[in-house]
Design a protein around this ligand. Structure first.
Ligand SMILES: *[C@@H]1O[C@H](CO)[C@@H](O)[C@H](O)[C@H]1NC(C)=O
Ligand SMILES: *[C@@H]1O[C@H](CO)[C@@H](O)[C@H](O)[C@H]1NC(C)=O
Ligand SMILES: *[C@@H]1O[C@H](CO)[C@@H](O)[C@H](O)[C@H]1NC(C)=O
Ligand SMILES: *[C@@H]1O[C@H](CO)[C@@H](O)[C@H](O)[C@H]1NC(C)=O
Ligand SMILES: *[C@@H]1O[C@H](CO)[C@@H](O)[C@H](O)[C@H]1NC(C)=O
Length: 687
């Protein structure tokens, strides 16, 4: 917590102290109230009307609960949707593997060589097995901590516990022992997603969802056994767990993923938890003083009809005046709030920017047409169950997102692992447009840059493809700018205003003003290629609309991988060039357009464009315009991601543990250097 003014304030004068009641009663009463109230709201037109006002003079939840008892209608409990196809859905959590290729698709004969190539070099992944959501990211006593949903027993979803890793720079990681395992009745079916909160006195609280012995989703509290241990190796589960159970009327499997807590002006902590009432995705809000006893607040922070269950809700402030991040509790002038939710139904992360009203516990989107779940996404490819944290070390907000696989489960089992974490991104409000966030790889990524090649003002005629000699092309950071020929732009009549990346023919759909961009992970003959590109549509009135897309249709000759096209609109302002940054790391390609206004992450599984055969090209498939491009491409070093040395001598002498050499010698030497530095840092921290 950066802001030292923020502390546990006593209640303002004049306010009655709250009568202490047993937690369970408060929960039941307020739960009944909330559900009864929502039923009333939903029943007339199926939408949540903005009428959930708390009377400020009488906002005691207990009182409200009593007053509200009369309105409570009979149970609105929704019969559980049965989705018996997978272990995940029958366990009551979203199907965490991708909707993928079943037994009906014949499996491509993947070789070990091809499968080994898919493992990434600078993205976080466990040594083996399945990973999903990032959990409890936090900066604590000099270390970045990442916990994650992990199956210690295999490369598919199941037996979920908390994996744990630490880093000095969000790039190089040490794997630590599992932080929490499923060993209590309240989390025996799974230690699911949760978030960390650092209190003003430096204490750390971890709230997480447990799936009980009866598959009920409950919220539990855990904390470090030894707060003086910067590595936070041992965790204690609060003996009184669970601290929250689903409110009455809410499905036992529709109540999960508590947020990081933020302070109210009264000095209480407030958290949000995702749920749904029938098809309306909602966010419950609770206040607590001690992380043990909670008051369910009346109404919801926000809800959107027809969006289904909201998972992994995130709620945080962004500055309207600069790109610096804000502590989660920060509020006041110059602040907007972001609500993000992961839609269980379509498996995408949607956010919206709006205004948070602390007093009546509501959040109102700036533009209801791009509300949560129906408007903007963090990423238009594979990117889900994300979570931000405020990095008090560098005064920024950092976003982690789970990047699943889009190959077959058979292939995952064969390679022994599944899923990555995306490159952590800083997030900030785009103060130029005011209507979207900017997401950008954390600056530490730049430390992996090795040699670079620069290309200036390359002219690409309509229909051209140009190879770029950048050397090995499986670990790259590419920054590219494009300018369209102005004369062509002006003389082009209306063109394809109804364009959509996903329903188009990808980079083979030629328009007057696009597509143009990069082909990554391509082989010499272009039999495999992954285009990352812009496409520009021109309206009758001369207005231009720019799309940023990734086309996986020719990414692989294998048939059992997802070949869809991804992408969306990207704002390009007057005087701006078209710009993109693309990170390529073996089987992951992450694209950031216009400084991070629109992003696309894809997982690609080439069979030929791998190792030394992978190339990069510039292309322009527009029919009516030349494009000029300038770009710089860096070879990227591999990150050090391996077990924390448990041998004290090794840790202190800087001796390398045995390490699987991948890629070139230079890379290996680079790694050794980086790693020595890392050891020095680590040593300094311990001495
Ligand atoms: C949920 O759907 C059921 C069945 O359609 C309906 O009876 C019930 O009123 C709905 N609940 C709410 C809160 O809208
Ligand atoms: C909450 O309070 C704000 C500011 O007073 C007001 O603009 C908004 O309409 C209120 N929302 C609801 C749902 O009452
Ligand atoms: C491929 O991915 C897209 C987008 O995530 C999804 O809609 C589609 O169902 C997937 N296709 C297959 C065959 O899995
Ligand atoms: C689940 O655990 C609780 C608490 O120990 C116990 O009361 C309950 O009977 C258990 N349920 C089942 C189905 O074992
Ligand atoms: C350009 O479009 C043509 C015709 O649709 C297609 O055959 C070709 O593959 C496209 N080029 C690229 C780089 O996608």
């Amino acid at each position: 917590m950066a802001d030292s003014n923020v502390s546990y304030n006593p209640l303002p004068d004049g306010e009655r102290p709250r009568p202490t009641r047993r937690r369970s009663i408060v929960l039941v009463l307020s739960g009944l109230l909330v559900v009864g109230f929502l039923v009333a709201l939903l029943s007339d037109n199926g939408s949540i009307a903005p009428t959930n006002v708390i009377d400020n003079d009488n906002n005691n939840v207990n009182d409200n609960a009593q007053n509200g008892l009369n309105d409570v209608s009979s149970s609105s409990k929704d019969p559980e949707r049965l989705r018996p196809f997978t272990s995940a859905s029958s366990a009551g959590v979203s199907e965490k593997s991708n909707r993928r290729f079943g037994a009906r698709t014949a499996s491509y004969p993947w070789t070990n060589n091809m499968l080994s190539w898919q493992r990434t070099a600078f993205h976080f992944q466990p040594q083996k097995n399945w990973m999903n959501d990032p959990n409890g990211p936090v900066f604590y006593k000099g270390w970045y901590h990442l916990f994650y949903q992990y199956n210690p027993n295999g490369a598919i979803w199941g037996d979920i516990v908390w994996g744990h890793a630490v880093s000095k720079d969000l790039i190089h990681w040490y794997h630590l022992p599992l932080a929490m395992v499923a060993d209590q009745w309240y989390d025996i079916m799974g230690v699911w997603t949760g978030s960390a909160t650092i209190l003003p006195d430096g204490k750390l609280m971890m709230l997480y969802t447990g799936s009980t012995n009866e598959s009920v989703q409950v919220q539990n509290l855990a904390y470090p056994a030894d707060p003086s241990d910067p590595l936070l190796i041992k965790w204690v589960k609060y003996p009184g767990n669970p601290v929250l159970v689903p409110p009455p009327g809410i499905g036992a499997k529709d109540f999960r993923d508590p947020t990081t807590a933020w302070l109210t002006s009264e000095g209480k902590w407030r958290i949000a938890i995702g749920s749904r009432i029938n098809r309306t995705g909602i966010t419950f809000v609770y206040d607590t003083k001690d992380f043990i006893n909670y008051e369910l607040l009346r109404g919801v922070l926000h809800g959107v009809p027809n969006t289904g269950m909201w998972e992994c809700v995130d709620f945080y402030p962004v500055s309207t005046t600069g790109e610096h991040g804000l502590d989660t509790s920060h509020n006041g002038p110059g602040v907007k709030h972001v609500v993000k939710a992961s839609m269980d139904d379509d498996r995408h992360d949607y956010y919206a920017i709006g205004t948070y009203h602390e007093k009546n516990v509501t959040w109102v989107p700036d533009n209801p047409e791009i509300d949560v779940g129906i408007g903007i996404r963090y990423d238009y490819g594979l990117f889900y169950a994300s979570k931000t944290f405020y990095d008090q070390n560098k005064k920024r907000r950092v976003l982690w997102g789970w990047i699943g696989e889009s190959d077959s489960e058979i292939a995952d089992v064969k390679k022994g692992w599944a899923s990555l974490q995306g490159i952590p991104r800083t997030v900030a409000l785009d103060t130029k447009t005011g209507s979207n966030l900017l997401q950008w790889p954390v600056e530490e990524v730049d430390s992996l840059r090795l040699t670079s090649k620069e290309f200036k003002k390359i002219e690409l005629k309509p229909g051209s493809v140009m190879p770029l000699d950048v050397g090995s092309a499986t670990q790259l950071d590419i920054v590219a700018e494009f300018e369209l020929d102005k004369a062509a732009l002006e003389k082009t009549a209306e063109s394809n205003v109804e364009f959509s990346c996903s329903s188009s023919e990808g980079s083979a759909e030629r328009g007057a003003l696009g597509p143009f961009g990069l082909l990554v992970l391509a082989d010499d003959s272009l039999s495999e290629q992954t285009p990352v590109y812009f496409y520009i549509a021109k309206g009758k009135d001369g207005s231009l609309k720019t799309y940023f897309c990734t086309d996986q249709s020719r990414s692989s000759e294998a048939n059992d991988v997802n070949k869809s096209k991804y992408g969306s609109f990207v704002p390009v302002l007057e005087g701006e060039k078209f710009s993109m940054r693309v990170l390529v790391d073996h089987s992951i390609v992450e694209g950031f357009a216009q400084g991070g206004r629109t992003t696309i992450t894809s997982r690609v599984y080439p069979t030929k464009a791998i190792y030394g055969a992978a190339r990069v090209f510039l292309f322009n498939n527009a029919t009516g315009a030349s494009v000029t491009s300038s770009l710089k491409a860096w070879q990227m070093n591999s990150a050090f991601i391996r077990p924390y040395p448990d041998d004290d001598d090794e840790r202190h002498s800087g001796t390398e543990p045995t390490y699987e050499v991948r890629g070139s010698k230079t890379k290996y030497l680079g790694n050794l250097l980086t790693s020595s530095l890392l050891f020095l840092n680590a040593r300094n921290n311990f001495l």
